[in-house]
Design a protein around this ligand. Sequence first.
Ligand code: DAK
Length: 274
Amino acid sequence: MTSHDRAEQHDGTPAPEVRLERDGAVAVITIDRPKALNALSPAVLDALAAILEELATDPAGLAGVLLVGAGGRAFVAGADISAMPGLTPDEGAQTAERGHGVAAAVEALPLPVIACVDGYALGGGLELALACDFIYATEASRFGQPEVHLGLIPGFGGTVRLPRAVGPALAKELIYTGRQLGVDEAVQAGLVLRRFADREALLAGARETVERIGANAATAVALAKRVLVGAAGTPTATATLLEIEGFRDAFRTDDMREGVAAFLEKRDPEFTGR
Ligand code: DAK
């Protein structure tokens, strides 16, 4: 037995390390491995991938997703360091592919995903948060890419998404030094969109945002996400083409016809998500 062994459920079976709960229009994904500060083991990455696939297959009725870490000390304190010794270079690359696959699945999900950070978001944890649409955080949160302390570099997209979020100079400083940002600096840098006093306020604020999103056409929100994610880092001409394609696709939806008709008829729209 190690201190990282999984908690048990009432029937004695191990509790899942990643859970999905649907509550009205809000889906909550909880990474629940608090004894290891929710570190991303291969099993956690696989469970996250499976849950994201489930949501992508059946997003109906949902307006957004909250991604949270259990235990009140960490969102995610990185990739699981205990799984690293003994990895061959090829196995290391497979780990990176697994992590990139999860980040890509978050970005491909046709629902906004809010990273709800309460505590440490380090290494792979910050990279996972960066793949979300935006980050809300409590005052107690800390952010960093400490891989250089371990002789590693960010492996789940940090060299790509962190410079986009905070600019190349700060990203380089953070990645080269491994230093942590508190929430003040993270907000100032544009990494954290909103700060909250505590976890309860964080989750309530994130739910409120998802509910606001849910008043709109789900088709339009999904198309906007597709275009925003697809356009990130691409030249203006490419990004513009993606937007035109998205705009064309909006004209294929019932929601667009309903939204425009409702405006012209001075009534509230009744969107169907089709
Ligand atoms: N992995 C595994 N266990 C972790 C962990 C992690 N990342 N972070 C914390 N833990 C465990 C600790 O070992 C400890 O376990 P026990 O000793 O109780 O069994 C428990 O969580 C509580 O941690 P501490 O006792 O250290 O708690 P403190 O409050 O003293 O410190 C801390 C909290 C977050 C400052 C500290 O735990 C810490 O520095 N953790 C490591 C943070 C870190 O370096 N994270 C980045 C990991 S590197 C790759 C692709 C991607 C990546 C790697 C490889 N490949 C392509 C192969 C990404 C790498 C990373 O994310």
